[in-house]
Design a protein around this ligand. Sequence first.
Ligand code: TXA
Ligand code: MG
Length: 331
Amino acid sequence: MTAPSTTRVMKPDAAAIAEAVRCLAAGGLVAFPTETVYGLGADATNGAAVARLYAAKGRPRFNPLISHVADLAAARGLADFNADAMRLAESFWPGPLTLVAPKAAGCPVSELATAGLDTIAVRVPRHAVAQDILAGLRRPVVAPSANRSGHISPTTAAHVLADLGGRVDLIVDGGATLVGVESTIVGCLAEPTVLRAGGVPREAIEQVLGRRLAAAPDEDDAPLAPGMLASHYAPRTPLRLNARHVERGEVLLAFGSKLPGGAANATQVLNLSARGDLIEAATNLFSHLRALDAAGAKTIAAMPVPHDGLGEAINDRLARAAAPRSTPLAQ
Ligand code: TXA
Ligand code: MG
């Protein structure tokens, strides 16, 4: 299969699911909704398809991918889960949680997808479209966020088309995604560790495990999730964190009902959640960032967001969006 030049967009009916399965089985690239963000799928067992996926995203090949499967039974064919991993899988799957565990003997996922590591990231998504595609294909599907490497993750089919139109075969349009930030990644090797904050809050994971989670090592020393180095989710417009005053020429990414001083200076204001709801804020995060980026302002001023619940993931993505753009590694 050569690189696609036209990208079909289909509503998520039975014909679209059948076409997505056919296309993936033939080594093609299919973007589809999960409950977190849109993923760009390829057959994880087909090295050539995985190579095409890295090329379409412009993603460095040493940044491994998450393998998606329909259920825990299929996940256990890919990875060896310890007791903690099993408890987390049973509590949060299907859902916005990814587990990193040792690769199982006979794991059929291509070496390219795991970047040669002896561990693998596995997720069982909840979204009905993702579930139907995985159940139809009956093979693991690698699916990074369906954006060009380093860009903001897509929460609508229109975002995917803007970033990857002409580079993928099919986009299944299932509407806006619910959670809005990517899955939480938990490493289950020795002590369980949060490698990436995401759609399952740390507190919920700690409650299931009955103990506090080990702090992730400083990512500059040893990035356990190789894709998690500084600059990601990057808008072109510089982003200013913890804005308590808006300067002339800025746009405002607001949170809560009380706007900061100088808010009248903002040429545009988008509120993550006027009622201060972190779940609503996560849903709106990436689409608001994209919209404010398109305004052509000198800076996006972002108000502070509380750090509890989904706030940890929101603050992580905002910090990455504000980071200098020198890091070559991006997802
Ligand atoms: O919500 C999500 O997780 C979305 C949807 C589409 O499922 N996917 C997603 O994939 O965010 P991606 O490729 O954008 O991010 C995957 C992250 C990267 O930071 C990568 O380095 C890390 O998972 N990762 C993959 N395999 C790993 C492994 N064996 N050990 C540690 N980190 C790993
Ligand atoms: Mg990504």
